[in-house]
Write a protein that binds this ligand. Structure first.
Ligand code: 1PR
Length: 526
């Protein structure tokens, strides 16, 4: 039997789905005694160290967990499940960890963007049955801002390069714990679970250095989802956000099937955007939750979901906080949520008052689930001006694509409600404010480029990426594989997202990856 510790935060569903590929004998912890009676325990965790430790105490799991691990029975920790083993974390110095491994958890100190998000290689430092059957080129999915620092090197199982070498997995006797997420690492991750579950100690993995050149640029397939006029949930795609063709909502396929296809073709992440989320409340629009649950059964790469994440009062007067909406998404299989319109209102308020309230969706969700779980989806469109002085409040740049009256300058106006309403805040100011409030990543769309197949908006991506320190996903305008190499060569974007070319099967994901590889841009080969 495999017991999984669900302490209430993070995406436990994905771990259950991954483990259930190899055994149906799975139990989730409901009480402290379930921990003590476990035969093999997996402790998955994403989120925040403070909130995890608090919950472990509240549920009275803390001492049983120590007792279980010290009993010598097999233990597998993931991400925060690794951090928990240490004495303390810089993420919450007032809270003690389990203290099973001497050492602490440290914030990344690097010029690279933090969180460290994406697929990276590992150097295996000692033989370990969990890594039986791996090729040195394998990459695993990481998403974290803190990493462990064991006092004793004998615990180190793997290291990874990210602005220096950090410890990405530990092993000692019955304890194995990884910083990366096997449940989100495609076939390689599933192999780790299989090895752990079946105790394949007869086939030890060997000490191997990673041949991967480090963190891969991610290729993300985006599925804009909404109900069509018959009430069926479909994947659609707009041209500059207009999703109707001859009056009907364009139907490009079924969300669950398309997501599975992109996973199998090698997409590094899948993003679902519920594009009518600004008017339909997600917890009433349950099909979207179903889509997520079904997708996560067969798709083992990160899933992001956006649309409608905000506080809401329904027609019966019942109030839902944005945190409740997000929690429902996380429970249903999401790894990250993306906030669009609400982020604009929050940033406007924050820039006006200069005060963090602690109550915004960005702050609340990142506090519980961690910054890396909060993506801000920005929907900007160009406003052309004759000179920078014409828009003194905004970040104005010179743009090679001139305006309708031959203007050379523009600023990027943020919009809400699916591009329908422009606001008096620009894309860079929004991104900066959201970073300060706790967002972990920016999904940078561009309405002028969306659906045009004319390439990404390079000046916009540089404007934002060069002035913030969280990762940026370049989005809108991809029309051919060369556009992906262009965006990675000319900007520091960590990922590139496309929709139309993938849905219309004009360029398969694998062709994009092969092209990037031929251009010496690091990718994950699947
Ligand atoms: O405001 O928090 O409810 O979130 C709504 C979300 O829905 C936002 O993330 C917003 O970007 C998205 N959205 C709203 N309306 C539309 C629309 O198209 N009418 N989709 C829309 C935006 C997302 C893009 C697209 C890329 C790539 N589309 O990410 O996938 O531009 O397209 P391409 O490769 O075909 O050029 P809230």
């Amino acid at each position: 039997m495999i017991t999984i510790l669900d302490y209430g935060a993070g995406n436990v569903r994905s771990v259950i789905n991954a483990v259930s590929k190899f055994t149906s004998d799975i139990k989730t912890v409901k009480s402290p005694k379930d921990i003590l009676s476990a035969e093999k325990l997996i402790f998955p965790g994403v989120g925040n160290f403070e909130s995890m430790i608090k919950i472990l105490h509240e549920k009275q799991y803390f001492e049983p967990l120590k007792k279980y691990i010290n009993s010598g029975k097999p233990f597998f920790g993931i991400c925060l499940g690794l951090h928990a083993l240490f004495e303390k974390s810089e993420e919450a110095l007032g809270y003690k960890g389990l203290g099973i491994i001497p050492g602490y958890v440290k914030k990344f100190e690097t010029d690279l963007s933090v969180p460290h998000i994406g697929w990276n290689g590992i150097n295996i430092k000692k033989e370990a049955s969990e890594f039986a059957g791996f090729s040195p080129e394998e990459k695993f999915y990481f998403v974290h801002s803190y990493h462990v620092v064991p006092k004793d090197d004998s615990f180190v199982l793997t290291t990874t390069e990210y602005g220096g070498e950090f410890v990405s997995a530990v092993k000692k006797d019955n304890i194995t714990a990884t910083q990366f997420h096997p449940e989100k690492s495609g076939k390689a991750g599933l192999q780790i679970f299989e090895n752990f579950i079946n105790s394949k100690s007869d086939k030890p993995g060997f000490k191997i250095p990673s041949k991967g050149r480090g963190l891969a640029k991610r290729i993300i397939a985006c599925l804009d989802v909404r109900s069509n006029d018959n009430g069926d949930l479909v994947v659609t795609k707009g041209d500059q956000y207009d999703v109707r063709e001859k009056g009907d909502v364009r139907n490009l396929g079924k969300p669950v099937e398309l997501a599975k296809r992109y996973y199998e073709e090698g997409a590094d992440e899948i993003t679902f955007l519920n594009i009518t989320g600004f008017r339909d409340f997600p917890l009433e629009d349950m099909p979207m939750i179903e889509v997520l649950k079904k997708t996560s059964e067969n798709v083992f790469v990160p899933l992001t979901i956006g649309g409608g994440i905000r506080d809401f009062t329904d027609k019966n007067g019942k109030y839902y906080s944005s945190l409740e909406v997000a929690s429902e998404y996380f429970r249903s299989g999401a790894d990250k949520i993306s906030i669009g319109s609400d982020a604009v209102y929050i940033a406007e308020q924050y820039l006006k008052t200069g005060k963090k309230t602690g109550e915004s969706s960005i702050e609340q969700i990142s506090k519980v689930y961690g910054n890396q779980a909060v993506v801000i989806s920005i929907d900007p469109k160009r406003v052309y001006v004759n000179s920078p002085g014409d828009a003194p409040k905004h970040n104005v740049i010179k743009h090679p694509e001139k305006g309708p009256e031959n203007q050379e300058y523009c600023w990027y106006q943020c919009t809400v409600k699916g591009g329908r309403e422009g606001r008096d805040i620009d894309a860079l100011n929004l991104a900066r404010a959201c970073e300060k409030l706790g967002a972990g990543e920016i999904l940078l769309n561009c309405i002028d480029k969306d659906g045009t197949n004319s390439g990404f908006d390079i000046p916009l991506i540089n404007l934002v990426r060069n002035n913030i320190s969280i990762p940026v996903i370049a989005s809108s305008g991809a029309g051919c594989k060369e556009h992906f190499s262009e965006v990675f060569k000319e900007t520091k974007a960590e990922a590139a997202l496309a929709a139309g070319i993938f849905h219309r099967q004009e360029v398969p994901v694998v062709d994009v990856k092969n092209h990037l590889d031929s251009e010496k841009i690091e990718v994950r080969k699947s």
